[in-house]
Design a protein around this ligand. Sequence first.
Ligand code: ADP
Ligand code: MG
Ligand code: MG
Length: 889
Amino acid sequence: MTVYVYDFAQGNKDQKDLLGGKGANLAEMTNLGLPVPPGFTISTDACRAYLAAGTEPSELAEQVSARLSALEETMGRRLGDAADPLLVSVRSGAKFSMPGMMETVLNIGLNDESVHGLARLSGDERFALDSYRRLLAMFGSTVLHIDSEHFSRALDAAKSARGTTADLDLDADDLRALVETFKQIIRDQAGREFPQDAREQLDLSVRAVFNSWNTDRARLYRRRERIPEDLGTAVNVQTMVFGNFGMDSGSGVAFTRDPASGNQGVYGDYLQNAQGEDVVAGIRNTVSLADFEKLDKTSYDDLIAIMAQLERHYRDMCDIEFTVERGKLWMLQTRVGKRTPGAAFRISRHMRDEGLIEADEQLSRVTGSQLASLMFPRFDASADKVLLATGMNASPGAAVGKVVFDSPTAVAWVERGEDVILVRKETNPSDLAGMVVAQGILTSRGGKTSHAAVVARGMGRTCVCGAEALDVDVEAKVVKVRGGGELREGDVISIDGATGEVFAGAVPVSPSDVVRYFEGEDVDADVVLAVDEVMTHADSRRRMKVRANADTAEDAARARRFGAEGIGLCRTEHMFLGDRRELVEHLIVAEDSAGQEAALDALLPLQRADFAGILEAMDGLPVTIRLIDPPLHEFLPDYTELSVKVALAEAAGGADPHDVRLLDHVRRLHEQNPMLGLRGVRLGIQIPGLFVMQARAILEAAADRIEAGGTPLPEIMVPLVASVRELDVVKRDILAVAEEVQAARGVEIDVKVGTMIELPRAAFLADRIAASAEFFSFGTNDLTQMAWGFSRDDVEAAFFSKYFEHGIFDVSPFESLDQRGVGGMVEMGTQKGRATKPDLKVGVCGEHGGDPASIHFFETVGLDYVSCSPFRVPVARLEAARAVLGTDA
Ligand code: ADP
Ligand code: MG
Ligand code: MG
């Protein structure tokens, strides 16, 4: 028999797959002896079984009954008992926390009878009715899918009837009436009565949690966060404790360190006489932990001691939900807390200093994508700025964009190429689509633990929240700025997530401290010290080398400053554009070999100068130069335009003979599928002088460098090879030029000739190709196109969104390597190549070389290096080391 239900005492923090994150940590805290209200967890197995069959597994009801009886025994109360009811919460909790995705139902077990029992027992009728109206609203919205607006409007109406805006001013009579109104709303909206049977309340809530796994919002979040679709969620059933029991009760959230800055010292918000998410919902102003100490010293001291214990136990920053019921502290949740990228680096350094973690573990605590966000620019400190308001610095970054007030507008504007800032009073899960696409998020209400702040930090999106000087009217699409002025949809603003400042207009941005550090400047900032510490250790741990894709001396020099150990891909095609295009045209229209040679001779010195700069910038390090790759027509004028030009000229009395000849060639070279046409090595074979000229330019530049005292290490790379014979043909010519240049110049050049592996056939026949190649470089962009049979430029916009919707892709195969398919070819090609040449140097130069998950894959395949854009080099250095340690990407 499968066990689907586990008491909190049966689990531990490492069982997140089975119990979900929340359940596993509740179990851990229970077993640490912390004050956790008792309860049990229904496993993710049960959820998966339910989702697969569309109905609960048959054993579930019985197992829940058994656990529930045990819980009733422990608590000395029965669920929903009229006189002395046990009340529970039903809480979702998947393996990975998905903020705001799945709702919680509190106070299950209350009904028209037991609400009186609770009132009598507590001696507080107002409290009992307050708990009941909360159950009705949560059950109504979460389980019966009634728009929660109905309930909040009725609540607002009750408050204004009282002439107040504070929920605490409602008395027992008001709440009794509200309970009736809420029940009527349920009748009207759901066409059924609120279930009076407590067990039915429980079972329906559990099922609602299971179902919530598949809501659109949950799917969207998972796709963004790359959380697998098939994990399912666990459900926690937990005895209620009451923060809404009067002013000596309350609920709060806390972090063991500041999640925004990483500063040492506890950080949190507390709200008196409040239940559940009141504290983060911005209904009343919360107080800081320092003020909480003044309100309730005993509970505060307990909380601080527990936080210290949790940090020592988890050896990481934790976030916490707690409730105080009549002066007694209860722990409701903990987990390793989300943090900003800067905080992640700083905390990792502080914890290493404190002896909580060691250097390897420090590497596992920070990620390449966090490093990448630290490299984003900031606002220029010296720029003139017009400050509109200052809110909470909820999630760092410098965002500039046009004001929009709702998610659909944000999505639509971004699709047409605009940058937007999503401006709301506060956000809720239905704003997620807009938050995903916006440059930044600005709210006028809520603190660092509000929905906007938590979600923005999770996504690495810039966020300023609680900017109270802004009066946001979403309906009228206008923001009134305190002290005068207003913002309307489309107005440009700039928000600084590191300081909480909101500026009018577009403020210029300047490079980040971390980038300045990589550039070699002396930067005195704690986060830079942390980055330096991490990178130093990463470089000592990684096996793979990191090279850069760079086509100019400037880029090469920057890449080297960023830690690149060579160039993995120097593209040469851009060297044939601009002024030089004319020379290419001459090459094409040349009628004889003398004409071709003249054109090539003109190109040679220009190419040589291109390469000299790059070889100098990368002196002593390998530089892989790819011979010209794209379809020839890319260097020629547009067929239609040229036809029109020639036709018009002829009508006017005669066209330029060069144009006429050119048109003839353009017509002849026109291809239906240029990407599958005359390009790469095929072009090299078709126009032999072209590759030879490039090889000569490379070798002569190398000879110049040697004469100047340098150590050039050029690697000549032939693109789009499918057959070893193709490589042989062009290699023979390249080696002949090498002989000739070395003899003529009296130098010995350390040059290698190798090939891209970017066609499936090449991967299959890599053992044969290796016989002729001195190195392999996987061109995973083309390999992905060729493997899937689609071209990136054409298909991404056309149908990828449908593919995401259907879960065919979790992520674009151009962004992160399709490990099974394309990765399989990389693995096979590497093995086959090394079967022929055991010490064959193998690297990758597609965009995947800078993608963390792909880098981890390349480590397992045993590649010698990855190559990526200069800006990604530090990210690749870090992830290559984390891959060695076996950390998740
Ligand atoms: P989320 O995953 O959105 O944080 P939770 O399951 O943590 O949802 O619950 C929402 C709110 O209800 C939290 O503030 C939590 O502390 C509170 N809560 C959950 N269960 C209980 C309980 N048994 N007693 C009191 N408060 C609870
Ligand atoms: Mg929630
Ligand atoms: Mg919670």
